[in-house]
Design a binder for this molecule. Structure first.
Ligand code: AMP
Length: 583
């Protein structure tokens, strides 16, 4: 493989032009993801496309790359492409991605969303942009002001269409599409395909190519029987979270998968800084370098190998104890393939996945396809780390005591002399402290990692179009933030400090809390495992020592109570009822 080019990694084969290939090389993408492989050629050929794919599959590049190649050269007065997305967060993310991919083409891209001063958007639109990435409400606002002209559009993308419909944007989308040319190319991506999405596709897409990612049936049992856990962590906290997880797991030899070369290099550096012996392996490295790295892992001078999928291909490492997905893999097949590297020949293996809150759904897809549970666990706390380090000190002392080490006798005189003055227990405690401090890497510099119980916030971008359900509200049912502050306080409380349920939501009282070992994921698991709700339907969760409070949609209250009453939580059947206000 030639280092540093995409000529032989598959992107060029898809028909992408040099400027885009160069950008992908710079970003460290080594090969197309399945959705990219399937979506790019038909989009380049001008076909409409209906794609079922969740966040984490690489869908943004799947539609952005062909779009950048097919729209007219930059410089026109009006936009050539419009991408509609449900949230402000996604608008920014997608426009940043397009900016990076289209850098050498000189493509001008602008995110427009509610909440940002409209003046800045007006000025940018006046100067001319090629691609607009917008939330529907704000797009319609600009159309009615006459500041966004859609008659030169070549491509329209509806991204996360199911989310947009859930948020009540159906009428806005219809109104926007009315303003676009008939002969435009239309692309629709959605994580789910409910009938409403089918209806939207039937009325606005012309003989679309259909793509589904995550539907290829994997024979049950094909995925190895390894302990599969995931941690939901915001991107910024991932390096620290992985460090903690590895400290607690203490892998013998682990393979850590990253998406890009840059990520491989950065993470290797971070892990080395944490005291691990980590080695990077990616497609940009020569064979000799790769051989050297592999030898270090085999002979135990390295304990972690950080690699991209491409680099790890064909790599045969015996005795791997852990596989880590630093990102959720872009397809379930890739997950199965990666974790197939542990748990071989009857050995125990652990597969760890770090997911961003938005990628929660991709984990569900993988579970569905592999027919295996992935347990969502809490990132170890600083207290967990301390306990683990104490345990290591205890184990080291135990080993020393059972080793019948003759050299120990030279210390007897120290203990005997001190025992004239101090109690034996006190002497032992002081000695353990010294041993512990000498061995432990400092506990003090650990950053706070917020605990995520559900998905990250969504922006309600509705600047006053009072049409669809939930209009004007930025706080829709099932969209609540439930990131807890470090001290456990949540947001959205009334004057008495009581949390106010989101509109359309009801709070349930569950008579078991922290003291019984209940964690948010236990409640989510118990509810979603047996009822018709999915994790995203559940609102804020509050756990106190004695009890827990869970917000669920009003219409599903009876079902959820019934479900929870039939389920055991940490081995018990706690009281479950609607919350009363004298709790
Ligand atoms: P998306 O599903 O579009 O949200 O993309 C998920 C992540 O995958 C983003 O961080 C992208 O930068 C990254 N990504 C997309 N395509 C590739 C690829 N072919 N190789 C490596 N990373 C990719």
């Amino acid at each position: 493989m030639t280092a540093g080019t995409n000529d032989d990694t598959g992107f060029a084969e898809l028909g992408l032009r040099d400027e885009l290939l160069k950008a992908l090389t710079t970003l460290g993408y080594e090969e197309p993801t399945p959705i990219q492989r399937e979506a790019i050629p038909p989009m380049l050929a001008g076909r409409d496309l209906l794609g079922q794919a969740a966040t984490g599959t690489g869908k943004t590049a799947a539609f952005s790359l062909p779009l950048l190649q097919t729209i007219p050269a930059p410089g026109g007065d009006n936009p050539s492409a419009l991408i509609l997305v449900p949230t402000r967060e996604l608008a920014v993310q997608v426009s940043e991605a397009i900016h990076r991919y289209g850098k050498d083409l000189g493509t001008r891209v602008l995110p427009i969303y509610g909440g940002q001063p409209i003046g800045r958007q007006l000025r940018a639109l006046e100067h001319g942009v090629d691609v607009v990435v917008a939330t529907p409400g704000r797009a319609l606002d600009h159309i009615s002001r006459g500041t966004l002209h859609l008659h030169d559009l070549r491509v329209v993308v509806l991204d996360e269409a199911d989310e947009m419909l859930d948020m009540g944007f159906a009428e806005d989308i219809e109104a926007i599409l009315q303003e676009t040319p008939e002969d435009r190319q239309t692309v629709l991506f959605s994580a789910t395909m409910p009938p409403r999405i089918d209806g939207l596709a039937r009325s606005h897409l012309n003989d679309p190519v259909r793509i589904q990612i995550g539907r290829a049936p994997t024979a049950a049992g094909e995925a190895p029987l390894v302990r599969q856990v995931a941690y939901v962590v915001p991107r910024a906290h991932k390096p620290a979270a992985l460090g903690r997880v590895l400290d607690v797991e203490a892998p013998g030899a682990a393979l850590v998968f990253c998406r890009t070369r840059d990520e491989v290099d950065q993470l290797t550096e971070t892990l080395n800084g944490r005291g691990y012996r980590a080695e990077a392996l990616h497609g940009g490295m020569g064979q000799e370098q790769r051989d050297r790295v592999m030898a270090r892992l085999r002979n135990g001078t390295a304990d972690l190998l950080v690699a991209t999928d491409v680099a790890a291909r064909g790599l045969d490492v015996e005795h791997l104890t852990h596989v880590v997905n630093y990102d959720v893999p872009s397809a379930p097949e890739s997950y199965v393939h990666r974790i197939g590297r542990v748990g071989r020949a009857g050995r125990e293996g652990v597969a760890i996945t770090l997911a961003e809150p938005r990628e929660h759904r991709m984990l569900k897809t993988i579970e569905r396809i592999t027919k295996q549970r992935i347990l969502i666990e809490k990132v170890p706390t600083v207290a967990d780390l301390r306990a683990r380090r104490l345990e290591l000190t205890r184990a080291a002392l135990h080993e020393s005591l059972v080793a019948d080490d003759a050299a120990l006798s030279q210390f007897r005189v120290v203990v005997e002399t001190l025992s004239d003055e101090f109690d034996l227990m006190e002497i032992a405690i002081a000695a353990v402290k010294l041993a512990h401090d000498a061995a432990a890497i400092g506990d003090g510099d650990e950053e706070e990692i917020p605990e995520i119980t559900l998905r990250a916030p969504r922006e309600g971008d509705r600047p006053g179009y009072g049409s669809g359900p939930g209009a004007g509200s930025g706080d829709r049912p099932g969209r609540r933030v439930s990131v807890r502050d470090a001290d456990g306080r949540g947001r959205g409380r009334d004057a008495g400090g009581r949390r106010v349920p989101a509109g359309g939501m009801t709070r349930l009282f569950v008579g078991a809390g922290r003291a019984a070992g209940i964690r948010p994921q236990d409640l989510v698991g118990a509810i979603t495992g047996e009822s018709s709700l999915s994790g995203r339907d559940i609102g804020a969760i509050e756990i106190t020592d004695r009890f827990s409070l869970v917000e669920v949609p009003e219409g599903a209250v009876d079902e959820v109570i019934d479900t929870l009453r039939r389920t055991t939580l940490k081995g018990r059947r706690p009281v479950v009822r609607r919350e009363r206000f004298n709790q």
